[in-house]
Write a protein that binds this ligand. Structure first.
Ligand SMILES: NC(=O)c1ccc[n+]([C@@H]2O[C@H](COP(=O)([O-])OP(=O)(O)OC[C@H]3O[C@@H](n4cnc5c(N)ncnc54)[C@H](O)[C@@H]3O)[C@@H](O)[C@H]2O)c1
Length: 370
């Protein structure tokens, strides 16, 4: 199959959809891979590395879209790209259709096949192409939290791990899923005194079994949260209720109970945030302060570490991209239910229920295309 990897042109997106290692695998299986000039540059991959791996470089995005049967990307196409997409072309990328109607309408019009990373789903209902980014954000939350706890960054001036003779910082993690587990692990590794709260008792049991001794688990409820917050230095929001807005576990009135210079990192900001006073920020201007409490609410945290994020994402996407390229999308989706669930739009028809219901548009049976 002819595969095209365009440069990401969405503002501040530094990732690339295929690494040189991925190009080598795809070429080994007989595919032709075309990469746009400098597509990997911001993630630390040079054109020469792609060429060495067997890929070919094209200078413009127009050439990439014109030649490719399958486009592998990171972010959803933006308006500039809509007109470049061809009928029957396979697009394998993050789309998040339900949050943006104009994109949905534009993709319906192209009559392309849109297979969305975010809805590829395993039998246990986990989302294998979202997990790597949660892992990155979870680990990064502690790094950012530690940074903003420093006095010159306006924080409390406390070192997460303390030193001999001085208490470590207290870290509260709201939600013990992928983000929360990674945050707790990192904070514990630095020596902090960590508490994870969750509403799932089985999850708390599991975390209690695997976490080191400086991590405690606690049931998530308002009473426990109110008891904890006056003593915390860093609070990380990592709650998710699938398909719903995150609940506000920290309300505005609670800020007054916190120590001045406490840092809040709300990773769940992309689902509305689990801290009432959270509003999305950017890497250019990541924090703001309310009631002497620092809020870090960057909606695309992995964007700041494009090398790690690119490699983590492509580790997860490559096996699926290989199946799509080697079998063609129809056979690959017929044989692999995980991939089939990734189909959102096929040849001008919506085939994923949540996308149709988001905009009250008709939904077709995906099987009629397979
Ligand atoms: N800002 C970013 O750059 C970024 C990057 C990746 C993920 N995220 C977001 O981070 C959030 C967490 O993602 P995840 O992959 O860890 O999800 P997850 O489903 O693995 O974990 C969510 C956890 O929240 C728990 N939970 C639900 N209600 C709760 C409550 N009331 N109190 C305490 N815990 C509760 C669940 O039991 C679950 O363990 C999501 O909103 C995700 O979109 C943001």
């Amino acid at each position: 199959m002819v595969i095209g990897v365009p440069s990401e042109i969405k503002n501040n997106e530094n990732r690339v959809a295929v690494t040189p290692a991925g190009v080598k695998e795809l070429c080994k299986h007989g595919h032709d891979v075309y990469i746009q000039h400098d597509a990997g540059f911001d993630s630390g991959f040079l054109d020469d590395e792609y060429i060495f791996a067997g890929g070919q470089i094209l200078s413009s995005i127009e050439e990439i879209y014109a030649i490719a049967e399958m486009i592998v990307k990171v972010k959803e196409p933006i308006e500039l790209e809509y007109k470049l997409i061809k009928e029957d072309q396979l697009l394998f990328t993050y789309f998040h259709f339900a949050s943006y109607r104009p994109l949905t309408e534009a993709m319906l019009e192209t009559k392309a096949i849109c297979l969305a990373y975010e809805t590829v789903e395993k039998a246990d209902r986990s989302l294998p192409l979202l997990i790597p980014m949660s892992e990155v954000a979870g680990r990064m939350a502690v790094q950012e939290g530690a940074k903003y706890l420093e006095k010159p960054m306006l924080g409390r001036g406390i070192l997460l791990g303390g030193v001999p003779g001085v208490n470590p910082a207290k870290v509260l993690v709201l939600g013990g899923g992928i983000v929360g587990t990674q945050s707790a692990k990192m904070a514990a590794g630095l020596g902090a005194d960590v508490t994870i709260i969750d509403v799932s008792l089985p999850r708390l049991r599991y975390l209690s079994d695997i976490m080191p001794a400086n991590v405690s688990t606690l049931m998530s409820n308002e009473y426990n949260i109110r008891e904890l917050i006056p003593h915390q230095d860093l609070i990380i929001g990592a709650v998710l209720i699938p398909g719903a807005k995150a609940p506000h576990l920290i309300t505005k009135d609670m800020l007054k109970e916190m120590k001045p210079g406490t840092v809040l990192v709300d990773v769940a900001v992309d689902q509305g945030g689990c801290i009432e006073t959270c509003k999305p920020t950017t890497h250019e201007d990541p924090i703001y302060i309310i009631d002497e409490v620092i809020h870090y609410c960057v909606a695309n945290m992995p964007g700041a570490v494009p090398y790690t994020s690119t490699v983590a994402l492509t580790n997860a996407t490559l096996p699926y991209a290989l199946q799509l390229a080697s079998k063609g999308w129809q056979k690959a989706c017929k044989e692999n239910e995980e991939l089939k669930l990734g189909l959102n739009i096929v040849k001008g028809e919506i085939v994923y229920e949540a996308v149709g219901s988001a905009f009250d548009l008709p939904i077709s049976d995906v099987d009629k295309f397979l």
